[in-house]
Design a protein around this ligand. Structure first.
Ligand code: ADP
Ligand code: MG
Length: 691
């Protein structure tokens, strides 16, 4: 039977190959694709406003007669059309226009137009408004209902997309869309069927409740939102299935590496570390690849847990790869793991993008021969020319920068290519529950929800940069007492070079002001060796003050550091600030964090810094961050693909997330349903690894 999926957009009137090409850029090939190109909002054009009552910034519909239509030469040539109603005037200005348009907008014509009021040289103006000549002839329907607004791409405009969708709706009666959701489910939640929902959102009837539609809470919209969230959930479960379609080598604890390691450790694992470790061990002993996410607050001790997982793997005779997102963090892990594992007779290799030539060849050889049981590095670990002898476990630290696609690719790197490696993923900071449920649906989750004993709370103060001198004195005082301090320079992301420069200048100025202290500087542009050297000297206490860019954001661990100054914290996200602040509070001493902002603070900025001052609980802060900045920002760039929804809004629709999570596993056995939904909502994104 023919379905809308089989009918190409070229079947529509007025769609030739050029327009079809443009539509394909929006992922629209078939009529079904077109109908799932959903309006992301509505505009209320049902009420005509009198021109005399317009204010700058208003978005409104006006209607009037053309009293003047001129070509204006100015800096840019434009067509200026003056409209008049009984209360005043308004100018429509077009910088791009054609002859036909100019003729149509002749004096005496009645025009209805829609736009945003701007102050212009001829009074209030609309730039490039949508307009309708002779609105008396408009269908009543268009005048009486909300106007859907669609996502666009270059080469196509709103009215065109709108008209195409309306045309496609005519096919809906003959070829209804396949509804993948069970009727009982729809009844439970009082949701309309798919065809009705799609028809309604493209052409809301005049009597549909405007406020619900504007807010995205109409049952038709909610039906689609729910389906979209479900499709995302299913796509991730399918990733999981694809990874677990391969077998893994069960890694059973053998020998006494673990006992030796624990004996040498100068502390006891916390109850939470124990529990999570038990969960990991259970997974590792299975013939299915582990897919586990470990969340824990900053300083909760994820690294030791990773080390113990690594030991179980190494004890079973396979290799372990540990990947960190930055060079600095990878180096630190390398130093730590070497201290921990070399005494046990385990050989480690180190690989990063900066390792070149002979050193690189030597590392590759150790990895390929299996001589190195543990390999630590950055993304460079998973380049094509890196071949493992028998990779059994991959540990990814700080997941934020690692995507589903890479997880999928890892399955190919396993032992002899027949078996997939186990995967252990550790996040830098906690992820709110709802977000974890949707963005990491392919992973099992463990939470280390307890900090090691004896941690002192970090006192956080928020000060304007006018207090810089006082703050410098504070550094002098702390370091005078034998403590160490961080001074973090932030700058708007775009330019790493500028950021490094700023840090250099700050380091010089601080060294001058604090001649009795030894001041170090670390930033992303230093050579790997120099960076490691400075971190080492700071760790050994040879440097009192470390000036740094946000490269120290994750993982750096120097327990004697008890003071951190963060410049311009208003530029960073909460999770990142929490992560930075977590560089202190790791020792016995009371610790302080100074957030030195540049006034004036926006309301939002104030709220964020306040949240940080009031809480030290990474889980609470993560919730706040999600609320203030949304899921894309909280997850970071790599992961955002998965959270790019057409309709769903994470905050508004979070009520569905739990529901969808319960429903999804039950649908997984129906491959056609999963395919249908994933294709409908995510298109080819998963397959091409954009997610
Ligand atoms: P994160 O979870 O932020 O990665 P780390 O693994 O870097 O935290 O651990 C932070 C610090 O706490 C390290 O110095 C580590 O040695 C120490 N640590 C970890 N577990 C314990 C524990 N159970 N008792 C005492 N100290 C611990
Ligand atoms: Mg860590």
């Amino acid at each position: 039977m023919t379905s809308l999926d089989d009918i190409q957009v070229t079947a529509l009137k007025g769609v030739g190959s050029a327009l079809a090409g443009t539509l394909s850029k929006l992922g629209i090939l078939s009529l079904q694709d077109l109908l799932f190109h959903l309006p992301h909002r509505y505009e209320d054009r049902t009420r005509v406003i009198s021109m005399g009552s317009l204010r700058v910034g208003d978005v409104a519909v006006v209607e009037g007669e053309v009293v003047k239509s001129d070509l204006v030469m100015g800096r840019r040539r434009s067509l200026q059309v003056t409209l008049k109603d009984s209360s005043g005037f308004l100018v429509m200005r077009f910088f791009h226009f054609n002859a036909a348009q100019k003729t149509m907008l002749a004096e005496g014509q009645v025009v209805r137009c829609y736009g945003e009021v701007r102050p212009g040289r001829a009074g209030y103006e609309f730039y490039h408004p949508e307009y309708q000549v002779n609105p008396g002839a408009m269908p009543e329907q268009d005048k009486a209902t909300l106007t859907p607004i669609y996502p666009l791409t270059e080469g196509i405009q709103q009215p065109r997309v709108r008209a195409l969708c309306q045309q496609a709706l005519d096919y809906l009666h003959r070829y209804p869309i396949r509804d993948w959701l069970p009727p009982a489910l729809l009844a439970d939640y009082q949701l309309p069927d798919i065809s009705a929902a799609v028809a309604l959102v493209h052409a809301p009837p005049a009597d549909a409740p405007v406020h619900l539609l504007m807010e995205g809470r109409h049952p038709a919209q909610q039906r689609l939102v729910m389906e979209e969230l479900l499709a995302h959930q299913l796509s991730l479960l399918r990733v999981r299935e694809q990874i677990q379609a391969r077998r893994a080598l069960p890694l059973l604890p053998r020998g006494n590496l673990t006992e030796q390691f624990l004996e040498a450790l100068h502390f006891q694992l916390t109850g939470a570390q124990q529990r999570v470790l038990t969960e990991i061990r259970q997974d590792l002993s299975q013939p299915l690849p582990m897919l586990r996410l470990v969340q824990g607050d900053v300083g909760s001790g994820k690294t030791v847990v990773a080390a113990l997982a690594a030991l179980q793997a190494i004890g079973s005779g396979v290799q372990v790869a540990l990947m960190a997102p930055t060079e600095i963090l990878a180096e630190q892990h390398f130093a730590n793991f070497r201290d921990w594992l070399e005494p046990l007779g385990i050989k480690l290799a180190w690989l990063s993008g900066k390792i070149k030539g002979k050193a690189r060849l030597a590392a590759l050889e150790q990895i390929a021969s299996g001589e190195a049981a543990m390999v630590i590095g950055t993304h460079a670990l998973f380049q094509n020319d890196v071949n493992f002898d028998r990779l059994g476990l991959v540990i990814v630290d700080e997941q934020h920068r690692f995507g589903v696609h890479q997880r999928l690719a890892l399955k190919e790197k396993g032992v002899g290519n027949e078996l997939a490696p186990h995967q252990l993923i550790m996040t830098a900071t906690p992820i709110p529950r709802t977000l974890a449920m949707s963005a990491y649906a392919d992973l099992d989750t463990s939470v280390i929800d307890e900090l090691p004993p004896g941690r002192k709370p970090i006192e956080t103060v928020v000060l304007p940069d006018g207090r810089r001198d006082d703050i410098i004195e504070r550094v002098r005082e702390a370091c005078g007492r034998g403590r160490q301090a961080y001074w973090v320079c932030t700058l708007i992301e775009e330019s790493e070079a500028l950021q490094c420069q700023a840090a250099e200048v700050t380091a010089e100025a601080l060294a001058e002001r604090l001649p009795e202290l030894s001041v170090g500087l670390v930033h992303g542009r230093l050579k790997a060796g120099d960076k490691a050297d400075i971190m080492h000297r700071f760790k050994e206490g040879q440097l009192d003050l470390l000036v740094a860019t946000t490269v120290i954001e994750v993982g750096v661990d120097v327990p004697n550091a008890s003071l951190i100054i963060i410049e311009n914290p208003e530029r960073l996200g909460l999770a990142q600030l929490h992560q930075l602040r977590g560089r202190v509070g790791r020792g016995e001493e009371a610790s302080f964090c100074v957030l030195m902002y540049h006034p004036p603070l926006s309301q939002n900025g104030r709220a964020r810094l306040q949240a940080l001052r009031e809480s030290q609980d990474g889980f609470v802060i993560a919730e706040k961050d999600l609320e203030i900045r949304g899921p894309g920002e909280v997850l970071g760039t790599r992961q955002t693909g998965i959270m790019q929804f057409r309709l769903a809004d994470f905050e508004r629709d979070k009520g569905w997330i739990e529901t969808v999570r319960h429903l999804a596993p039950g649908l997984m056995h129906d491959a056609r349903c999963v395919d249908g939904l994933v294709r409908r909502w995510l298109g080819e994104r998963i397959r091409y690894g954009d997610v």
